[in-house]
Design a protein around this ligand. Structure first.
Ligand code: SF4
Length: 89
């Protein structure tokens, strides 16, 4: 997992550099398909998604993930961590 401090390094290789940020932060009801398509071919997709999780980004498309995807992943990780703690207790 990349740390928040690594953000600047991978961001320089982002496929979305120079694009309209509105694509990645659409208003309710606006399409996210173009942003997800750009993310799908981005060389730093994994770093971007990890950054969004690590820094608690609540809005926008990061690494091809939506807010809902990240909420679900945070819940999955919390459950996995809790199970791990229970297994060693
Ligand atoms: S994965 Fe998507 S949002 Fe993240 S840097 Fe790449 S193009 Fe931008």
């Amino acid at each position: 997992m990349s740390s928040v401090a690594d953000h600047v390094h991978w961001r320089n290789r982002a496929a979305c550099a120079g694009l309209d940020t509105q694509l990645f932060f659409p208003s309710q009801g606006e399409s996210i398909s173009e942003a997800k398509e750009i993310c799908a071919s981005c060389p730093v997709r994994v770093e971007c998604a990890d950054y969004a999780l690590a820094s608690g980004q609540r809005f926008g498309i990061w690494g091809g993930t939506t807010e809902r995807d990240r909420r679900r992943e945070r819940g999955r990780r919390r459950s996995a961590a809790a199970s791990k703690l229970e297994s060693v207790a």
